[in-house]
Design a protein around this ligand. Structure first.
Ligand SMILES: Nc1ncnc2c1ncn2[C@@H]1O[C@H](COP(=O)(O)OP(=O)(O)OP(=O)(O)O)[C@@H](O)[C@H]1O
Ligand SMILES: [Mg+2]
Length: 232
């Protein structure tokens, strides 16, 4: 398994927000992660990234326990986090954004994805390589944010609502690229999304959380038949 989350309990100061959260991601697989506002999705991702320490439980990446490692050590092992604010540098061009992040990831080891590789993987970025990121549409910026996450040796990409503010055709294009590249390079991804049908269409499994606990973990077809949508 690429990512194994085992009985994770975490929260803020004295407030436990997620309890006993467990799931696994196979190499190259995508997990759609749903739940109502405040269910604990971001808290789960922040604990995998290392911004929060678990009270109990474990996080394993490629067979190595990472839940006590500082954030840069997790990034070096291939954890990537895409905030919903996109996290691109608006005053730099597409190529400069990629160059800067490639240098920040310099400690990353393993088979590396370089700036030129990202530009050839994502034709939209190649076409806009000289454009300032801040002048691009939301969809193009989100594509760039995904491109930045691919630099180095990503193993598991955590995406927070990548479709926010995007035209429907761009959502389909972005999700298609995520599906294609994750499968080709055996990169796993967790997709927190409110565009449920589009997210399920590219996902291998679905996790639904309610009040800080996992209430469904299974394939999209089973999720569609389930009655867990009442939680939304
Ligand atoms: N920094 C924080 N300090 C204290 N409590 C927090 C903090 N961030 C989130 N919470 C609380 O933790 C709970 C879970 O929040 P979380 O952000 O994980 O939910 P979410 O599923 O990501 O929701 P959304 O769909 O709105 O993004 C909520 O009750 C929220 O108020
Ligand atoms: Mg959230």
């Amino acid at each position: 398994m690429t990512l194994e989350v085992r009985k994770l309990t975490a929260g803020y100061r004295n407030k436990i927000v997620i309890t006993d959260v467990s799931f696994e991601l196979a190499p190259g697989s995508i997990m759609a992660f749903f739940g109502h506002n405040g269910a604990g999705k971001s808290t789960t991702l922040k604990t995998i990234l290392g911004a929060l320490s678990p009270v109990e439980g474990e996080v394993w990446l490629d067979g190595e326990r990472i839940d006590r490692l500082p954030i840069p050590e997790r990034i070096a092992r291939g954890i990537r986090y895409l905030p919903d604010s996109r996290g691109v540098f608006p005053d730099l061009t597409v190529e400069e954004n990629l160059d800067v992040v490639a240098r920040m990831n310099a400690a990353d080891s393993g088979a590396r994805i370089a700036v030129a590789d990202v530009l050839s993987m994502l034709p939209l970025l190649e076409a806009r390589r000289g454009s300032y990121a801040g002048t691009m549409s939301g969809g193009q910026q989100q594509m760039l944010a995904f491109g930045l996450a691919l630099l180095g040796s990503p193993r598991c990409i955590l995406l927070e609502e990548p479709s926010v503010g995007l035209q429907p055709d761009l959502v389909e294009m972005l999700f298609g690229e995520i599906r294609r590249i994750c499968a080709k390079h055996a990169i796993s991804a967790i997709l927190v999304e409110h565009k449920i049908a589009s997210a399920m269409a590219i996902s291998d499994h679905v996790l639904i959380m309610n009040n800080g606990a996992v209430v469904f973990d299974g394939p999209p077809a089973k999720a569609r038949e389930s009655n867990f949508w009442e939680f939304f």
